[in-house]
Design a protein around this ligand. Structure first.
Ligand SMILES: [Zn+2]
Length: 254
C-alpha cells in the first residue's frame, strides 16, 4: 500500500470511529423520542456519551405542521438535548411496514453508528407506526450482525435494547432518574411548535396536546416516585439484569 492509500485508509477508519455512538434511539416520527425518552438521552449526553436519534418518517401525515417544519423542529430539539447526530430515514408516515426495504435502511444505520445500546418503541402501541417500528428495528438489529447479510457497512449487532413506552401505565423494568434533565426535556418537546404550541390550534379534540407539559410532568413524577426521585423515565428490557455489587446498587427499599 503506497503512502496516499495508507493515509486514505487511516482517514476512513478515523471517520468510521468518529461516527460511532454509545446510544442510538429510534422513533417512528419526529418528537417521539423526546416524549418517551428525551430526559434519558439528555442525561446520557450530560454524562459524556455520544447519543444519536433516528426518526423513521418525517411525520408528513400529521394533522399539523409540514415535513419541512418538523425537520427544522427536530434539529432545534437535537440542539436542546445536546445529542450528537439526528437522522431521518424518510419511510412513509402512517404506512411504516416491516418490509425488506425498511429493514435494510435500519440495518445500514445500525451498522453506521455501531451503538451498543438501542432505545426503540415498545411493541404494543396505539399508533400502528410505533408498533411496526418496534418489529422492524428489532429484526434489523439482529440481521445487522450477520456477516453474510448483504447491506452497506460492516456487520454489527447491538448488545442491549431498551423499549420506551408512553401509551399506557405499565410496570417498567428500568427507570432512569431525569430530575436534572426534566426542564430540558420539556424544552425539547416545546421545540415542536407546530405540534404542541397552544396558540397554534383551536381544535378542541387536541386539547390534551395543549396540556402536554402537565401530562409529561405527571407521568415523569409517577415513574420518578417508583425510584424515590422527582422525575423518571421508564423502560422495559426483556432480559433479567444481573447485579455486580449488592452494596452500591442504586436501589432503596425504605
Ligand atoms: Zn409517533
Amino acid at each position: 500500500m503506497d503512502g496516499k492509500r495508507k493515509a486514505d485508509s487511516r482517514n476512513k477508519k478515523k471517520k468510521k470511529a468518529s461516527e460511532a455512538l454509545d446510544i442510538l434511539a429510534f422513533g417512528a416520527h419526529p418528537d417521539d423520542v423526546e416524549i418517551t425518552c428525551g430526559g434519558t438521552l439528555i442525561r446520557c449526553a450530560d454524562q459524556g456519551y455520544r447519543v444519536g436519534v433516528v426518526d423513521l418518517t418525517r411525520g408528513e401525515c400529521g394533522t399539523r405542521g409540514t415535513p419541512e417544519e418538523r425537520l427544522k423542529e427536530a434539529e432545534n430539539s437535537r440542539r436542546v438535548m445536546g445529542i450528537t447526530v439526528r437522522e431521518n430515514l424518510g419511510l412513509t408516515d402512517c404506512a411504516v411496514t416491516n418490509d425488506e426495504e425498511s429493514r435494510l435502511k435500519v440495518i445500514e444505520v445500525i451498522r453506521k453508528y455501531r451503538a451498543k445500546t438501542l432505545i426503540i418503541p415498545h411493541w404494543e402501541q396505539r399508533h400502528p407506526d410505533h408498533a411496526e417500528a418496534a418489529q422492524i428495528i428489532y429484526r434489523a438489529a439482529f440481521l445487522a450482525g450477520l456477516k453474510r447479510f448483504e447491506a452497506e457497512g460492516q456487520p454489527f449487532r447491538p448488545e442491549k435494547i431498551l423499549y420506551a413506552y408512553n401509551f399506557r401505565s405499565f410496570v417498567p423494568t428500568i427507570v432512569v432518574d431525569i430530575t436534572d434533565q426534566f426542564e430540558r426535556k420539556l424544552e425539547a418537546v416545546r421545540s415542536y411548535r407546530s405540534q404542541f404550541d397552544p396558540c397554534a390550534s383551536q381544535d378542541p379534540p387536541l386539547r390534551w396536546v395543549m396540556d402536554m407539559d402537565k401530562m409529561l410532568d405527571a407521568k415523569a413524577r409517577h415513574f420518578g416516585s417508583l425510584i424515590a426521585r422527582t422525575y423518571g423515565e421508564p423502560f422495559i428490557v426483556q432480559q433479567v439484569i444481573g447485579i455486580d455489587d449488592l452494596v452500591t446498587m442504586s436501589f432503596r427499599t425504605m
